[in-house]
Design a binder for this molecule. Structure first.
Ligand code: ADP
Length: 647
């Protein structure tokens, strides 16, 4: 009986009916919206987006950490280079004094100087240098000339006397001018006496402090020109502290850079030893550096004059090395060191090692793996969500279609039952029809409920089969008996063409459900008055297997849907739209039961190109049966391996 139509409550003049209804409906709408936000689909998408956002933040943070770490390493190694350059400059000045002290000692110390008449000519320096060379008692400079510059009483530069290293003659250049010392192994650009005097007088402030300094002798008076010669000079004062003379040695700039600065760089460790790799330290021990890592193992040196002319270089400096960070340790041109500049590269292996060992770099593969894992999980979650949404839709379709499916036979049973009980039938034939309808619809209901129960057991992994050797045609007959009322209602002829004596290994009751479902579909989706065939034949490829089929004259299954319709709740749109009652469970149950029998199910086209043939392939029971026992027309069909392949 249809429900009575819902009637609106009577509106009276004084009740605020409209606002209440309106507010209730607004609240309901909002509730629905809020529920919508937290619905499975939105919630899953929200989670996916949230995870993606987290993964993005994670990646950006890791990248920024790596950058910060790299910048730290860079600035620390830069600082180390700057410190090394500063130390190198100081130690080079000291070393210059140590190297030249034995030579300048020949003209006495600063404190013990005598009147101007006792100032010896510069050849004493030459003899002292030769003595040092013979005794090997001090590191030597490749000296090209020796000179003495007398100071005038008024504090100006006076007479200059120069003797070349490779000539025995002593020349007074105040009258003859400076003479080229002649051919030498390294081209020696000799300055004229004016430039030499200027250069020496430029370093006077340092000379007044005493000690030894190196003056830059250039081509111009400014001292900022290309370096031509380096004059290593030592002052001599009288007892009153008055400057009386300056003794000096002339050295080529490249010799000076390599023999003074270069040697210090080679011998004095400029970087903290803890920085050196243990392998460097080991080598240092082997090569007799007293376990101290030579600077050349981890850094490079470049010496330039004030015009950036390179004088000495041990390797690429950071700015020139493509892999090195862009900073170097540099010193300002120092007047007392012939105005040369020292550049020390950052300790590159230390930079590389620190960068490689930095937390961000070390952890990078791990972080990347986590990121990939995260993205994988997000992808999987998105797929699962899609599947879940699809399932939810199918379930909801299922609920509506199963209600329809239940309602129809129930209505029919009710109608026929009432007809009988109220005695509305006039003839025996009418009474038989009503009784048949009740039986038929009850069968349909039973089939439906059996499928629902079966499916529920499948979902709970609670279906077991006990295959036994069964004569197939008997099981088919039983199924035909069960389906007969439905077939009768559709005026369909169902034929069992399975030869007697063919056996299969199957669970009788479960397989009856398989046949029932296939037959019910064949009748339901096929035209009225059609013929449905049930047949069986041994597999042409595997003699121990048997193929059983149900063939109808219906519309067939479209290509591309042939494997999908074996999934639970899936129905062809065609049938759902035409309101053909169905639950979408029948074929899922078929596929599951068949798989429990170690078999497959698939769909082929029916005979004569119309209808469909649902085939199941299961193990045969007993010895192979001659294929001629079966219908000859079946034997030339080949076995598709699986219903998936049929698509
Ligand atoms: P239903 O209860 O809808 O029949 P099934 O799982 O048995 O559920 O079948 C799934 C769908 O496959 C059906 O809805 C129908 O669209 C299609 N189908 C099944 N058998 C046949 C057939 N013999 N002929 C045409 N279509 C069929």
């Amino acid at each position: 009986m249809p429900d009575p139509p819902a009637t609106d409550p009577p509106a009276t003049c004084c009740e605020p009916q409209v606002p209440v209804t309106h507010s209730i409906s607004v609240t309901t709408t909002w509730l629905a919206r809020v529920r919508g936000v937290f619905a499975l689909r939105s919630r899953t998408y929200l989670l996916v987006w949230l995870t993606l956002a987290l993964a993005g933040t994670f990646a950006v943070t890791a990248w920024r950490t790596a950058r910060v770490e790299r910048a730290k390493v860079e600035s620390t190694t830069c600082f180390l280079a700057a410190d090394a350059a500063r130390v190198l400059q100081g130690r080079s000045e000291m070393y210059l004094g140590t190297m030249t002290e034995p030579i300048f000692a020949a003209v006495g110390s600063r404190a013990s100087l005598v009147p101007v008449t006792s100032l010896p000519p510069p050849d004493v320096l030459k003899r002292a240098d030769a003595a040092v060379a013979r005794c090997h008692c001090a590191p030597r400079l490749a000296v090209r000339a020796y000179f003495r510059l007398l100071a005038e009483p008024d504090g100006r530069a006076g007479t200059l006397l120069v003797i070349p290293a490779d000539s025995g003659t002593v020349e007074d250049s105040s009258t003859t001018g400076f003479k080229d010392p002649g051919p030498s192994p390294v081209p020696f650009v000799a300055p004229d006496d004016t430039r030499l005097k200027e250069a020496v007088w430029r370093v006077m402030p340092e000379l007044r402090e005493g000690g030894v300094v190196a003056a830059a002798v250039t081509g111009t008076a400014s001292g900022r020109d290309t370096l031509r010669v380096v004059a290593v000079v030592s002052p001599k004062f009288d007892a009153n502290g008055q400057l009386r003379a300056v003794y000096g040695l002339l050295v080529t700039p490249t010799d000076f850079a390599s023999q003074v600065v270069g040697r210090v760089f080679d011998r004095v460790p400029l970087f903290p030893q803890e920085l050196a790799d243990s392998s460097y330290r080991q080598r240092a021990v082997v090569w007799g550096h007293g376990g101290k890592t030579p600077n050349g193992e981890i850094a490079n040196l470049a010496v330039f004059d004030a015009k950036y002319v390179p004088l000495h270089q041990t390797g690429p400096i950071a700015d020139m090395a493509p892999t090195a960070p862009g900073c170097v340790g540099a010193t300002w041109p120092e007047a007392s060191l012939a105005s040369i500049m020292l550049l020390v590269s950052p300790p590159l292996p230390v930079f590389d090692r620190w960068t490689a060992n930095s937390m961000a770099t070390e952890q990078l593969p791990f972080l990347v793996a986590i990121l990939i894992g995260m993205l994988g999980c997000v992808g999987a979650a998105a797929l699962a969500a899609r599947r879940e949404v699809e399932l939810a839709r199918l379930r909801s379709d299922f609920v509506s279609s199963i209600s329809h499916e239940l309602r129809m036979p129930l209505a029919q049973i009710l109608l026929s039952g009432e007809t009988l009980s109220l005695g509305r039938t006039r003839t025996q034939a009418e009474r038989d029809d009503a009784a048949d309808a009740i039986v038929r619809e009850a069968h349909r209901l039973t089939g439906l409920v059996d499928n629902a129960l079966f499916f529920s057991r499948i979902e709970h992994h609670n279906v077991r089969v006990a295959p036994e050797r069964v004569e197939l045609s008997q099981v088919v007959d039983e199924a035909l008996t069960g389906i007969a009322p439905i077939a009768q209602g559709a005026e369909a002829t169902v034929l069992n063409t399975v030869a007697a004596g063919s056996y299969a290994m199957l669970d009788r009751s479960a397989f009856r459900q398989v046949l029932y479902n296939l037959l019910e579909n064949a009748i339901k989706y096929g035209p009225p008055g059609q013929t449905v065939l049930v047949g069986a034949a041994p597999s042409s490829t595997a003699p121990d297997r048997l193929r059983i089929w149900v063939e109808d004259e219906g519309p067939g299954i479209p290509k591309g849907q042939k494997s999908r319709i074996f999934e639970p709740f899936v129905r062809l749109e065609r049938d759902a739209e035409m309101h053909v009652a169905g639950s979408g469970l029948g074929l899922a149950v078929v596929a599951h039961i068949v798989s429990l029998h170690d078999g497959h199910a698939w769909i082929e086209q029916g005979r004569w190109g119309k209808g469909s043939r649902f085939v199941v392939d299961i193990p045969r029971g007993g010895p192979p049966v001659d294929a001629q026992e079966f219908r000859a027309e079946e034997s030339d069909r080949s076995d598709p391996p699986h219903h998936d392949a049929a698509d």
